[in-house]
Design a protein around this ligand. Structure first.
Ligand SMILES: *[C@@H]1O[C@H](CO)[C@@H](O)[C@H](O)[C@H]1NC(C)=O
Ligand SMILES: *[C@@H]1O[C@H](CO)[C@@H](O)[C@H](O)[C@H]1NC(C)=O
Ligand SMILES: *[C@@H]1O[C@H](CO)[C@@H](O)[C@H](O)[C@H]1NC(C)=O
Ligand SMILES: *[C@@H]1O[C@H](CO)[C@@H](O)[C@H](O)[C@H]1NC(C)=O
Length: 655
């Protein structure tokens, strides 16, 4: 028991400021006309699909229109726009996956609008909508990742959203930003708990196509605002996108954009006079609830303990007996103070994470999964049982699961040093991470992945490896989190490109981003990016007007000036040979052709050997050439966009 307790220790899952898994939504127009394969329209559409993503992503404003062909119902009109805070390659990947999804969602439809949630928007049509400066089709998109707001606070919530959207829209249309893009945040200080729910901070974006004048942009956004009370607010959704081909508005209760808000508002507490009473009542209510909950929780726990031997802890030998890892919902409620916002550690692609403590004092992190899985309870249990069996020193340990009242929850060990991104991208914290620690972290991640790919009883492709999914224990040892979850949240049967968007755009290999092919080489690609991030201290992301990490590293690699790129936090004293080796390995992992990338076993061998001579990497996928167009994009579209993922590995199938 002592060993089990000792083993069951440590840290949680943080995803601050990272977007959750994206969803793609296509709207097939009601004009209902179909084209036929081989028709001029089909040929022209093919040209648009080949050219529009490249054209838009290589333009400084991330926007492009296209008119291809001649003649009624033979010409294809199209528009593509990416969110104003993205970099080119993220834009390219987004537009391409949106178009490949459109072909699956709306086969042969002549008029399709596509929204890749919070990231890019597209429309193609046989109708000439390109000349218009208004949205001809505008539509609300509600991702399953946006929970519903309790109806008791929905009125207030919607009012705050309207205020924030208006201010953000005004800023976007003011002409201050050439991209006609603005981000906003509503800081909610007021306590609405007496209404039966707390309102979190709200985040928003507003954007027009950059070719509109400030006045046209203002008129378009005003048109969108006018529709909110009818099409969006009645849903009481905590997030939505309302977009058309010319302008759009978005909001959510987590930060989904990069950088600080351009517009910041503060919600003033309402009804000042009654503030004191309200607070008192609230405090009493919370205390009473706490007391009741802990009593109930303790009672249930006691009761269950006497029924079963060890309901709270997994006995390592006893995982076969899956029942033993169930943890009651009431115990988790009292452990997290009824999922109190104050205990929230973060929100990620698969759910929100709360810190808690079990009745014996053990600290835990509870991941409350979003309800977007189509799986039945039986299948869900199987998946979870498989995940619990995965035990390795570089994987975050799952202590138990809860499947009650329609809730799906995973209970993890709590990790006190948070996630890797909170350290390596923070100049104040990263100076304390010397090369030795970084190298150990790289090694640990490699071993954890190798275990998932090769040494566990099944082959598991993580599909969303990134710095925020690597947690650090008290000794700064890395542990991978969120493994196995992609499988639960996707339906591989449908072969939809949508399911591929489970990953995070910046970390996706091209074959996955564009065609949904995933093999273990997808994780190798994401690992390569992580290595480059750890060595350089730079995020491979979306910062506007900065060179992306691939291009930067490749340029210095080719010019032999790579030492200039190592994180200043490393200081002057570090083994240059080892740093160069890691960059070489990172570059081998991000090569475009999956078969050129090494397996994780090979990576582990390369990391451990001082004598092995490494191959020279090919140019990474996604590197820009001088004319700012993508190298090898033709390569990327050689295969049909939605071909069967032949080489894919079915996850969690016993080998
Ligand atoms: C267009 O094609 C779709 C899918 O093949 C079909 O469901 C739909 O009925 C067709 N519409 C017309 C007007 O032919
Ligand atoms: C083209 O398609 C539209 C519907 O999208 C239809 O109303 C129109 O008659 C068509 N024109 C020709 C010349 O077929
Ligand atoms: C939204 O909240 C309002 C109260 O503000 C309520 O009347 C309505 O039924 C709720 N709608 C939904 C769809 O939950
Ligand atoms: C379209 O834009 C114009 C100004 O450019 C505006 O007056 C008009 O109301 C808009 N129409 C719609 C339907 O939003």
């Amino acid at each position: 028991m002592a060993t089990i307790l000792a083993a069951v220790l440590i840290l949680a899952v943080l995803h601050h400021h990272l977007p959750p898994a994206e969803a793609v939504t296509s709207i097939c127009s009601s004009n209902g006309r179909n084209y036929t394969e081989g028709s001029s329209y089909a040929v022209n559409l093919g040209r648009v699909i080949d050219s529009l993503p490249t054209k838009a992503s290589s333009s400084p404003s991330l926007f492009a229109t296209a008119t291809v062909g001649a003649g009624a119902n033979q010409t294809v009109y199209a528009i593509g726009l990416c969110r104003g805070d993205l970099v080119a390659y993220t834009c390219l990947v987004c537009l391409r996956s949106g178009l490949s999804d459109a072909k699956l969602d709306c086969p042969l439809a002549m008029d399709v609008s596509i929204d890749v949630a919070d990231t890019c928007h597209l429309r193609f049509s046989n109708l000439d909508f390109v000349a218009s400066t208004n949205n001809s089709v505008q539509q609300a998109f509600f991702s399953t990742y946006y929970p519903t707001v309790a109806s008791s606070v929905a009125g207030r919530f919607n009012a705050l959203v309207a205020q924030l959207l208006q201010a953000t829209a005004d800023y976007a249309a003011s002409g201050s930003s050439e991209r006609r893009f603005a981000t906003g945040e509503m800081v909610v200080d007021e306590d609405t708990s007496q209404l039966g729910g707390l309102i979190p901070n709200i985040f928003a974006t507003a954007q027009c196509t950059p070719d509109l004048t400030p006045a046209q942009c203002g008129a378009c956004l005003a048109g969108a605002m006018a529709e909110m009370p009818r099409q969006v607010f009645p849903r009481n959704s905590s997030g939505a996108s309302f977009v058309g081909e010319r302008c759009g508005l978005r909001f959510a209760t987590y930060s989904f954009y990069n950088g600080n808000a351009m517009v910041q508002l503060h919600a003033r507490p309402q009804g000042k006079k009654t503030a004191t009473t309200t607070v008192l009542i609230t405090v009493f209510a919370i205390l009473a609830e706490l007391l009741a909950l802990s009593l109930v929780g303790f009672w249930v726990w006691k009761k269950k303990s006497s029924q079963r031997k060890a309901p709270l802890f997994i006995n390592v030998e006893d995982v076969e007996n899956f029942e033993s890892i169930f943890i009651g919902l009431s115990i988790l409620r009292s452990a997290t103070n009824n999922f109190d916002e104050k205990n929230k550690l973060g929100e990620g692609g698969f759910g929100a994470v709360y810190k808690g403590a079990l009745p014996d004092g053990q600290e835990i992190a509870v991941k409350r999964l979003y309800q977007s899985t189509k799986q039945g309870l039986g299948q869900m249990k199987n998946e979870l049982a498989m995940m619990v069996k995965l035990q390795h020193k570089n994987l975050v340990r799952i202590i138990g699961v809860c499947l009650e009242d329609g809730e799906h929850m995973l209970v993890y060990e709590y990790m006190p040093n948070k996630s890797l991104d909170t350290i390596i991208f923070d100049p104040d914290r990263s100076v304390h991470l010397d090369w030795g620690s970084r190298f150990r972290i790289i090694n640990g991640i490699a071993r954890g992945l190798q275990y998932l790919h090769e040494h566990s009883q099944m082959t598991i492709v993580h599909r969303d490896l990134k710095a925020s999914n690597v947690l650090l224990d008290a000794d700064m040892k890395p542990k991978i989190s969120d493994f196995g979850l992609a499988k639960i949240f996707t339906d591989d049967q449908t072969r939809k490109a949508t399911s591929l968007i489970i990953g995070t755009l910046g970390y996706m290999s091209p074959e996955y981003a564009l065609r949904g092919h995933y093999t273990t080489k997808l994780d190798v690609f994401s690992f390569g990016i992580l290595v480059l991030e750890i060595v350089t201290g730079r995020r491979n992301n979306y910062a506007v007007n900065t060179e992306d990490l691939f291009s930067l590293v490749w340029k210095h690699w080719v010019e032999g000036t790579i030492a200039e790129l190592s994180d200043p936090g490393l200081g002057r004293h570090y083994p240059r040979g080892e740093v160069l080796k890691c960059i070489n390995i990172g570059l081998l992992c991000v090569q475009q052709n999956p078969t050129d990338r090494p397996s994780m076993s090979t990576v582990v061998v390369m990391l451990g050997s001082d004598t092995i001579s490494l191959e020279a990497p090919y140019r990474p996928a996604y590197v820009l050439n001088r004319s700012r167009s993508y190298i090898d994009t033709t390569e990327l579209v050689k295969e049909p966009l939605c071909s069967e993922p032949q080489s894919s590995i079915t996850e969690l199938e016993p080998r």
